[in-house]
Design a protein around this ligand. Structure first.
Ligand code: ASP
Length: 376
């Protein structure tokens, strides 16, 4: 098959069936050799960072640091630190929503493209900057992932300060959830608190289920992923989160799992995600998206093909609406070696953040399904 014909096949949607088989040359089928691409000379790649919509300050900081020559991984970790420290972002770091016991547990990972190395922490308690702990795992150990008490001990010996990460705002939201959970326990319905009610209203969706229109509270997710490319064309990324609100203690999501919450191949590009971690974990979606870009897809095409794969693999009836669409959301943020970027989402409209030579802005994600007006 000619290069042109093979590409048409890939972009035309045949990729769902693309076999991941070797060609005997160490390459996966469908893989385009890096040398075949026209890339800028080292030192002339576009310096840029992409992130989830909550990351405009992070991408701006990461690009500022990369322009000063800071390594892209250090730059994105410093960028997301702004969001990890923000008490108003209830999805990341300090101020993140807690597990079902009211304890904040954080997941984070980092990946360094040029060295193809990763570090991660899962279910880490009491440390505000888990991405920095993940970076220490990468830099100072032979391991990739530390979890729970081991991760906390590790952070402590590296001088990270322990603190209570549960803000008053997050505590009130958690308590309201707990008090409303069941009419068969001893908690009475909570008194009205406008700030808390606004939060629950914001996360209540209209869904078509079993032939009926229902309003349902959808447990909040939220995370920051940030990827950066420097002038050398080196790509690094990080994902950091408090994970699914009110999760079972010890639950680890996709964010610290390499290939799920993030992945980078320095010759191809990177992908990271936010949203329902369980769906990502069962598809290793960031790895998939990077492999699709290796096969010749643009970031947007690869992200959309990944969303379609997630939808196809969602079989549980309680996770599908009456039209067979997943009722959850998942988003991907992609950057390729040519400096092209995209944000894609199962449900839109949605935004993602970019900083490059044109400045810092939110751009529209491509999406599979359009949500009803109140389905924010
Ligand atoms: N993906 C994260 C998790 O499942 C949550 C999120 O991104 O909203 O833990």
């Amino acid at each position: 098959m000619t290069q042109f014909a093979r590409r048409s096949f890939l972009v035309g949607g045949g990729l769902a069936a693309l076999p991941l088989l070797g060609d005997g040359d160490g390459n996966l089928c469908g893989q385009e050799k890096p040398a075949a691409r026209k890339l800028p000379a080292k030192g002339h790649f576009p310096i840029k960072a992409v992130s989830s919509a909550n990351g405009m300050a992070a991408t701006a900081r990461a690009v500022e640091l990369m322009r000063r020559g800071v390594d892209p991984l250090e730059a994105v970790v410093q960028g997301v630190a702004i969001v990890e420290a923000d008490p108003n972002d209830t999805s990341v770091g300090y101020g993140g929503l807690p597990n079902e016991l009211g304890i904040v547990e954080l997941d984070a990972a980092v990946m360094h493209g040029p060295r193809h190395r990763a570090g991660a922490v899962g279910a880490l308690r009491g440390i505000r900057h888990p991405a920095q702990v993940a970076l220490k795992v990468l830099e100072t150990t032979d391991h990739v992932l530390l979890v729970g008490e081991g991760a906390r001990q590790f952070a402590r010996v590296h001088g990270f300060r322990e603190e209570n990460l549960l803000t008053d705002k997050a505590r009130k939201i958690w308590l309201h959830w707990k008090q409303n959970l069941s009419d068969q326990d001893d908690w009475l319905a909570p008194a009205d608190d406008p700030e808390v009610s606004a939060f629950f209203h914001e996360h209540t969706r209209t869904l078509q289920l079993a032939g009926k229109t229902v309003r349902r509270f959808v447990r909040p997710t939220g995370t920051i992923h940030c990827a950066g490319m420097n002038a050398q064309g080196d790509i690094c990324c990080t994902t950091t989160t408090s994970g699914l609100a009110f999760k079972i203690p010890g639950r680890v999501g996709d964010s610290p799992i390499i290939g799920a919450g993030l992945y980078v191949d320095n010759e191809v590009g990177s992908c990271g995600s936010t949203g329902r971690g369980e769906a990502n974990l069962q598809n290793l979606a960031s790895f998939l998206a990077v492999e699709l870009m290796r096969g010749g897809m643009s970031p947007k095409e690869a992200g959309m093909a990944t969303c379609r794969r997630i939808a196809e693999h969602t079989k549980r009836r309680d996770l599908l609406d009456d039209e067979g669409r997943p009722i959850f959301d998942l988003k991907f943020y992609l950057l390729d070696k040519r400096g092209r970027h995209a944000g894609v989402s199962l449900w839109g409209p949605a935004k993602f953040a970019v900083t490059d030579e044109q400045g810092t802005r939110l751009e529209d994600c491509a999406f599979l399904y359009k949500r009803p007006a109140d389905h924010s």
